[in-house]
Design a protein around this ligand. Sequence first.
Ligand code: BYC
Length: 321
Amino acid sequence: MDGSDEQEAAFYAIIDADGRIEPRDDMPEAYRRSLVRQIAQHAHSEIIGMQPEGNWISRAPSLRRKAILLAKVQDEAGHGLYLYAAAETLGVSRDELLDKLHTRRQKYSSIFNYPTLTWADVGAIGWLVDGAAITNQIPLTRCSYGPYARAMVRICKEESFHQRQGFEALLALTRGTPEQKAMAQDALNRWWYPSLAMFGPPDTEGGGAKRSTHTEQSMRWGIKRFSNDELRQRFVDMTVPQADVLGLRMPDPDLRWNDERGHYDFTPPDWDELFAVINGDGPCNAQRIEHRVSAHHEGQWVRDAASAYAAKRQRHLEGVA
Ligand code: BYC
């Protein structure tokens, strides 16, 4: 978009009519940049998110659990693929985005900087992390940018299956021995607040916390449909009754139903911790990036072989034609 009033009016007419912006449509440069920022962060989260769970593939407690976990981790790679492809429609290459991830110039979700210490953590990730992801991502199926919205439809369907498998894995533990139930409770204790932090900083500044900087503009552009706090509340309201079914206690003494608000009151996560983790200071940040970079280097021969095969096939097709 060259910034002419006419082009800008056409863009906002589509946004105001709740229509979709497609790759060839004119769009403000700031809209394009903000989408690249969010989609790249989302894609990076999917592929970095393979690591904490991948850690348990070789130690899954049964063949059935191993097969399910393998499939789930492969799904995350697929989600990364859809999202990098959606970002590419905005004029950035996958190599460029991966380079920014590897050199820490782009972010990924804070949640994946926490360690998976026991098998119950795999269940907790499915139940809580995928549960939070769905809550955040269902509204993104109505995002104003067509390729991102369409990618989210398929991703949400798969995340919903992931959430159920996590819940079911935890249910098996909570119905098991006292040690297994304690392991499930310990996983909930460690993953609850980091899951709440996935929704991002609060809408308004409070208690010295930093606040969400992009929400207002992203909502005006129809990228985000709800604020970080609205989605966090929705997640809490959905998850507390599920903890009751599991027979687990939420690690928040102030969590209670508020009849007046029609929502649960709850203790927010520690915002200083969220910002420390976002800025590279979480328990596993260094390990996650190192592992990612070395996997990328080790996979170079696969990419080379795939390109050589594609080039050979192309030459063959041209020869035939
Ligand atoms: N972690 O103004 P704000 C998944 C950054 S699930 C790290 O509120 P925005 C999966 C934010 O980027 C996870 N960074 O930003 C599930 C911004 O920094 P920049 C991925 C965070 O964009 C299971 C600054 O803080 N999901 O993939 O309006 C298995 C200010 O924040 C976080 C998505 O990415 C955080 N928790 O809202 C495997 C969903 N929170 O960019 C995989 C799509 C905030 O200015 N993304 N920041 O440097 C979104 O919905 C939004 O981008 C967010 C943040 C709600 C995350």
